[in-house]
Ligand binder design. Structure first.
Ligand SMILES: O=P(O)(O)OC[C@H]1O[C@H](OP(=O)(O)OP(=O)(O)O)[C@H](O)[C@@H]1O
Length: 203
């Protein structure tokens, strides 16, 4: 089965389980436009050409704690390069739920900092409003100098939401660290983005 057929099948399964377009897009790490295209193609209707998008699957890393730890160390090294040059000290690592949390936890251990967790709730299940919150089970964020960790940046909306929440609590986001940045941005909300893999379109 071709990769695209696997994606279509997965999108259909998620839809049958009641997920809406945005949730399917998040689950497959593709844009909402791509999900609409996949579902239309599944109905064997006439479809336009595929949207320009990249599907990210990092489960070969995520399924192994050993690999995750080493990738976490690489992300740590990448961020420290620039944060140390600014003379700032990191006192908190913020993980974005769900997928950013294991990486954030490993990085917080490596840096010997506190760990905070952000849930990016979206009750409507669409893109109308991101309305996240920090979990009370982890460290507080008030006034902390922090780095934000996630697996993938697609539109950058989640990250922008986290940065806004942090700043409104007097925290200072020093850097963003992700596995894959699909937005191609060097900064988001004026915070430097460090990505193990940055995708930049040339067409
Ligand atoms: O840049 P954006 O367009 O905002 O999308 C990126 C976000 O989407 C995914 O999260 P999701 O809500 O799917 O949660 P997950 O970590 O449980 O997969 C991903 O882990 C990022 O947090």
């Amino acid at each position: 089965m071709k990769n695209i057929d696997k994606l279509i099948q997965k999108a259909l399964e998620l839809q049958a389980n009641g997920l809406v377009t945005r949730q399917i897009a998040d689950e497959l790490n593709v844009s909402r436009e791509t999900v609409t295209w996949l579902l239309t193609r599944a109905k064997k209707e006439e479809v336009s050409s595929a949207p320009k998008d990249i599907s990210v699957n990092w489960s070969s890393i995520g399924k192994s704690a050993f690999r995750m730890r080493h990738v976490g160390i690489a992300m740590c090294d990448m961020v420290l390069d620039t944060v140390e040059a600014t003379g700032n000290e990191i006192d908190l690592v913020v993980g974005i739920g769900l997928s950013g949390v294991p990486l954030a936890s490993l990085i917080a251990e490596e840096l010997n900092t506190e760990l905070s967790v952000y849930h990016a709730y979206n009750e409507q299940g669409d893109d109308s409003k991101l309305n996240g919150a920090f979990s009370r089970n982890f460290a507080g964020i008030k006034g902390k100098k922090c780095i934000i960790v996630d697996d993938v940046i697609t539109t950058g909306n989640t990250m922008a939401d986290v940065v806004t929440h942090l700043r409104s609590s007097g925290a200072k986001p020093l850097a963003i660290a992700v596995l894959v940045d699909k937005s191609g941005s060097e900064t988001l909300s004026e915070v430097p983005v460090h990505s193990l893999v940055r995708i930049t379109r040339v067409d």
